[in-house]
Design a protein around this ligand. Structure first.
Ligand code: SF4
Length: 281
């Protein structure tokens, strides 16, 4: 006898378990696309790095290729983008349709991008993420340098005020620090950019490693719960002997790593710096 119950429709063909992406897969796709999206010309001097290592700017502009960021580092960059969105939303709610994102700042050296420009109050906001243990060191000198140059080349002509907004990763708390334009500091930074530019265009050689830098200390390397992480250009400074062809844009030939010598080199360097310091006293 035929059943009076309605028949269930045949199940649609579903992807096999192995074909279903996980949330981690989706996030990895986002990170991969972000890594491929190069807004900056690698040969351009970056205003955002004016207060950081000048040698890094010269290495990049001369065609040395950095070690690509690992998944953890890409995820940290992505978190930075999300934080900027969050901070921008706060300003957009207060000033709807009057907040601009990523305004280009041009200089004779290269470009920079103002994270958030609040047009009605002529206010510039630079967003950063940091950790609780960094709070006593805020605002960082390198971030003040970046905003100082944004004011110099763009903000001052618009009567701008400026702040750095730090989002604390562990708590989501936001701490803001005003940046007051300091003309002397701006001139110092511009002198540093001129040095970088001369190394790239006239000398065609990277700047030397700054005297007070060490192979295992920030900004060359730093410790994380996952171990030591390094600046992408670390091998060209500390880990490998580099010889370059005349045109560094074409070829960078790298000799085998000299890792066992690095520790000794760092010790000798530290001793030399200590002796130099004594001699200056
Ligand atoms: S490893 Fe250190 S000296 Fe070399 S580019 Fe990076 S920050 Fe500069």
């Amino acid at each position: 006898m035929a059943s009076s119950w309605p028949q269930s429709p045949a199940p649609e063909a579903l992807p096999a378990e192995t074909d279903k992406p996980s949330t981690t897969d989706l996030y990895t796709d986002v990170l991969t696309r972000r890594a491929a999206d190069q807004t900056f010309d690698p040969r351009e001097i970056r205003l955002s790095e004016a207060g950081s290592c000048g040698r890094k700017q010269t290495l990049r502009a001369l065609g040395y290729v950095p070690t690509p960021p690992n998944g953890r580092q890409l995820s940290i960059f992505e978190t930075g983008h999300r934080v900027e969105d969050q901070v921008a939303l706060l300003w957009q709610k207060r000033y709807p349709r009057q907040v601009k994102r990523q305004t280009t700042v041009r200089s004779p050296f290269g470009v920079g991008h103002v994270d958030i420009w609040v047009a009605p109050i002529h206010h510039l906001v630079e967003c950063k993420t940091t950790t609780e243990k960094q709070i006593p060191r805020l605002p960082l000198a390198s971030h003040i340098a970046q905003v100082t140059l944004y004011l110099h080349y763009w903000g001052n002509a618009r009567g701008a005020t400026a702040e750095i907004a730090y989002v604390i990763k562990e708590t989501g708390e936001i701490r803001t620090y005003p940046v007051v334009y300091d003309r002397l500091r701006a001139l110092e930074l511009i002198a540093g950019l001129m040095e970088v530019q001369a190394a790239i265009t006239m000398m065609q050689q990277p700047l030397e490693i700054p005297d007070d830098y060490q192979a295992t200390q920030f900004p060359c390397a730093w410790y994380t719960p996952q171990g030591l992480e390094r600046c992408g250009f670390w091998p060209y400074c500390w880990g490998q002997q580099v010889t370059t062809e005349q045109d560094k844009n074409d070829v960078v030939a790298v000799a085998p790593p000299l890792a066992p010598d690095v520790e000794e080199y760092a010790q000798i360097r530290q001793q030399r710096q200590a002796l130099d310091a004594q001699a200056r006293c």
